[in-house]
Design a protein around this ligand. Structure first.
Ligand SMILES: [Zn+2]
Length: 178
């Protein structure tokens, strides 16, 4: 199977200390749940110590999310850094060992095909961790958001804030008839 998002790291793996730097720009076409306003752009650096493959990088994009309170579309800048380590098996071929080094990644989902990094899988993982779980528009939880008001989502306790709801119950026990 040929994939166009593979980054060949074999040269890096067979030559510990040799650094590969690449600029990456992708729209993560396989990520259907994510609406990006602009491509995910950044750079990756890869270097092997012989036993460990180090991959670092920095990326940014802009995603369309939904306000957790009023559910209006909301554009959010997302930035994240990559800092990953993968174990390497075998002896680099540049040591004239008759052997060769290979990535022995033990990941919950596929990150490598042989010594090729599946770039989009690495970036998807980094991006999803960084996406805010409860993004808010400029009115936040308590502001007088006209859209939230129109939808009956005024700044009332319990609107998506279970921790505040618990506090309210502590302050006024039994008020709701319990
Ligand atoms: Zn909102």
């Amino acid at each position: 199977m040929k994939r166009d998002d593979l980054l060949d790291l074999n040269d890096v793996l067979q030559h510990p200390g040799r650094k590969l730097e690449v600029d990456v720009s992708t729209e993560l076409p396989e990520e259907e749940d994510l609406d990006l306003v602009k491509p995910l752009e950044g750079y990756l650096e890869a270097v092997s110590t012989g036993n460990i493959l180090l991959i670092t990088g920095k990326f940014s994009t802009r995603a369309v999310l939904e306000c957790a309170r009023c559910t209006e579309p909301l554009e959010v800048d997302v930035e994240f850094e990559i800092d990953e380590q993968f174990p390497v098996e075998g002896i680099p071929s540049s040591y004239n060992s008759g052997d060769f080094a290979r990535v022995a990644a033990d990941e919950p989902f596929e990150m490598f095909e042989g010594n090729n990094l599946i770039v989009e899988n690495l970036l998807r993982q980094g991006l999803l961790v960084e996406i805010p779980l409860q993004p808010l528009c400029k009115f936040g939880w308590d502001g007088d958001c006209p859209i939230a008001r129109a939808k009956g989502r005024a700044a009332a306790p319990g609107q998506g804030r279970p921790e505040f709801e618990k506090l309210a119950n502590l302050i006024k026990p039994g008020e709701d008839g319990v």
